[in-house]
Write a protein that binds this ligand. Structure first.
Ligand code: 13P
Length: 281
């Protein structure tokens, strides 16, 4: 993944914006796919994304699929991420995986603070305040997930929740490393429910998160990538990905099918253009 993202045109923009950020489309497989299924999937995905340009593509796979997916994606535009990790390099933590164990496999990054792991995997804000800097120190790209429950949104507590998560989870990250973090706004009520956030809800929450980062470091806020996640599908992706502050998507269910994931990748502006021009040649 490029650390200095090249520019990209936003939908409706007349030229590269000074704050252009390279989009990232990440598929979170959750607890899906044996090695055999993963191999079948990646052989279907690679030819579908080989012509795209100007977008980072990642699959976030179960631990058992990491090595085979890293082997199968070598030399391709697809990067492989883990779905969680412990912050310590080693220790008496049965069932956990450490940053050096991921780095040894050539894993590119790791999802941290997914609402499912916050709910039943012990990923508290306190743990995340250790995990996010530990990932960065190991050279892994953290995708930090934040988002409110339906009740919190109904009670007008979305901003409070996001402020708490961003402030606490990024507290241990030095200012100069903030741009190396990817943040994913995933409203919990939109995850796996088919109830996607409206473009206005997604844009507002993500702009709010960017303003929180600006409170820490103004330049970091312009460069940090913030994704939307929650019932992203090929049908709603173009509208969400065209939003001013949305720099990509974290996709669950729709990433499990290679064709629908490739369609979401193609919904980012520059890749769509590159694919179209490749098809014309
Ligand atoms: P769905 O796309 O299935 O709603 O899942 C979103 C998600 O949790 C990605 O991390």
């Amino acid at each position: 993944m490029a650390s200095t993202p090249p520019g990209r045109d936003r939908a409706g923009a007349t030229g590269p914006s000074p704050t252009a950020r390279r989009p990232l489309i990440a598929g979170n497989w959750k607890m899906h796919k044996t090695q055999e299924q993963a191999e079948e999937y990646i052989q279907a995905l690679l030819p579908r994304v080989s012509a795209v340009d100007g977008v980072d593509i990642a699959i976030c796979v179960p631990f058992t699929d990491l090595q085979p997916m890293i082997d199968s994606t070598r030399g391709s535009p697809v990067e492989v991420f883990a779905q969680t990790m412990h912050h310590d390099p080693e220790g008496p933590f049965t069932g956990e995986i450490s940053p050096p164990m991921l780095v040894e496999l050539d894993v590119r990054g790791v999802v941290l603070g997914h609402s499912e792991r916050r709910a039943f995997g012990g990923e508290t804000d306190r743990a995340l305040a250790l995990k996010v800097p530990a990932a960065l120190a190991a050279g892994l790209v953290p995708i930090l997930c934040v988002g409110e429950t339906e009740k919190e949104r109904d009670n007008d507590e979305t901003d409070r929740k996001l402020r708490q998560q961003i402030n606490e989870d990024l507290a241990g990250v030095p200012d100069e490393q903030l741009t190396s973090v990817v943040i994913a706004y995933e409203p919990i009520w939109a995850i796996g429910t088919g109830r996607v956030a409206t473009p206005q809800q997604a844009q507002e929450a993500i702009a709010f998160i960017r303003a929180l980062v600006a409170g820490r470091e103004k330049h970091a806020a312009e460069a940090v990538r913030i994704l939307y996640g929650g019932s992203v599908k090929p049908e709603n992706a173009p509208e969400l990905l065209a939003l001013q502050d949305v720099d990509g998507a974290l996709v669950g269910g729709a990433s499990l099918d290679a064709e629908s994931f490739a369609q979401i990748v193609a919904a980012t502006g520059p890749s769509r253009l590159a694919a179209a021009s490749a098809a014309r040649r």
